[in-house]
Design a protein. Structure first.
Length: 467
């Protein structure tokens, strides 16, 4: 029976069946997208030679036309290179650029062929292409984070004074507010978004030649032109100009990886809290589109939170692998460590794309069960303010007697009656003392300060075609 065309070729290993958090969000990092970026990098190098006045204009025009250069950040998406055959041909040389250059040159005229891949090494093209793909994916993930930030600002503001039980080490601790909890999520998401944007803005092009000396470019164009060529190449790819070749100096990869992990961590915290607070016996939060169960029709599973947690559990190990590969980047080109980066970085980008999009959907649809929040606040029969009792009554009756009252209340006694029977507390407003709403400290102002910080723009960091 023929396979569904929407599922892709029958030999596709990973269409997302076992990684549902990424499904529908990873188009920017597919093999096809990386192939587009590889071709784009090759054409961009020819354009850089043209911009420097080194390559004939008609040669550059031919290369652009033949491989579908679309200008700006669109690059080459109608290049006509067949992915399957290129993939198979990549095995013998250890990277896809070797067979790609051969395929591309076969389609050019004799005068144009020497200007394709001129002076470059495979790592120049692979690294630059991965930075192009990474930039696009990071911008997309960052936009999702900004939308999540906007939703959290509204959520925190609307729930600013809704008192709830704070939990420490799984147990009720003191009163807090739903708004303050959301404000903590907001700060984490905002910082992650800022760091991710800073990381993608610094992603550099790679152009160093075979050994990172730019000797080939100096031979072709002279030392001054060779020194300027990497920045021109970077502009063609909308990447940062490299200070020097970074074949074995892998901070662009590790710093981006760290920012991606932080972004996934930030939304993973939200997911962990929502998953806990949506438990049947707690029921304070609910996802807007909860999932069902194949066997238990009564269940409303927090599916988005579950998927987010899956990403958050996987991301740190991927980040660590990038650092390990960086540490082993020896000689002037790593033997295997460089290759290990490719699928690791791609999977981390893929997780970030899926996790941030899922987080946006989760937060925008989040519901609060006010009755459940109020009910849970009374679970300890007033002892949620035990810390306050110690602070207020301790100076009047001593900490030992306060401990006795708390113990008695914990054993089933009525806390209000127990406090009311204390002669030394005759002048204390007991109702106000025991009201959890009167012991939330600076929660309201902390929410206000978080919400008042730089407001997010939905288009922050958006990819512009003319950048």
């Amino acid at each position: 029976m023929p396979s569904d065309a929407s599922a892709g070729p029958p030999n596709v290993v990973d269409a997302g069946l076992l990684s549902p958090v990424t499904v529908g969000h990873d188009e920017a990092v597919t093999d096809a997208a990386i192939l587009d970026a590889l071709v784009t990098a090759e054409v961009a190098l020819a354009r850089a030679y043209g911009a420097a006045g080194l390559a004939p204009a008609e040669v550059v025009d031919e290369i652009e036309t033949e491989f579908g250069w679309e200008g700006g950040l669109r690059g080459c998406r109608d290049h006509g290179v067949e992915l399957g055959s290129l993939t198979a041909a990549s095995v013998s040389g250890g990277n896809p650029v070797i067979p790609l250059v051969r395929v591309l040159r076969e389609r050019l005229s004799e005068p144009a062929r020497p200007w394709l891949h001129r002076g470059a090494t495979s790592q120049d093209i692979v690294d630059s292409a991965l930075m192009v793909v990474s930039r696009r994916a990071a911008i997309q993930a960052g936009a999702s984070l900004r939308h999540t930030e906007i939703a959290l600002r509204g959520f925190a503001r609307s729930r600013r004074d809704e008192v709830a039980a704070a939990r420490t080490l799984t147990q009720h601790a003191v009163p807090t507010t739903i708004g303050l909890r959301a404000a903590a999520w907001l700060r984490g998401v905002r910082r992650a978004g800022d760091r991710l944007e800073a990381a993608w803005r610094e992603l550099p092009a790679q152009l160093g030649g075979a050994g990172g000396t730019l000797a080939s470019f100096a031979e072709i164009a002279g030392t001054d032109a060779a020194a300027a060529l990497p920045a021109t190449f970077a502009r063609e790819l909308a990447l940062a100009a490299p200070a020097a070749p970074w074949h074995t100096t892998r901070w662009p990869v590790t710093e981006l990886g760290d920012a991606l992990v932080q972004a996934i961590d930030a939304v993973g915290v939200i997911a962990a809290d929502v998953a806990t607070l949506s438990r049947t016996e707690i029921g304070e939060l609910a996802e807007g589109a909860a999932g069902g169960s194949s066997a238990m029709p009564q269940k409303q599973n927090p599916a988005a939170s579950v998927l987010l947690r899956s990403a958050a559990l996987r991301a740190p190990q991927l980040g660590a692998t990038l650092h390990l590969a960086s540490a082993l980047a020896v000689d002037e080109r790593p033997d295997g460590a460089w290759h290990a980066e490719w699928p690791t970085l791609r999977e981390l980008l893929r997780l970030a794309l899926g996790a941030t999009a899922t987080a946006q959907r989760l937060v925008e649809g989040l519901h609060v069960d006010t009755a459940a929040v109020a009910r849970n606040l009374t679970t300890t029969r007033g002892l949620i303010v035990a810390e306050r009792l110690s602070l207020v009554l301790g100076p009047l009756i001593g900490t030992d007697r306060v401990a006795e009252i708390v113990s008695a209340a914990g054993a089933g006694g009525d806390l209000r009656e127990l406090v009311d029977e204390i002669p030394e507390a005759a002048g204390v407003d007991i109702d106000a003392l025991l009201d959890p709403a009167n012991y939330t400290g600076l929660a309201g102002s902390l929410v206000d300060s978080s919400v008042a910080e730089r407001p997010a723009s939905p288009g922050a960091g958006r990819l512009q075609e003319n950048e």
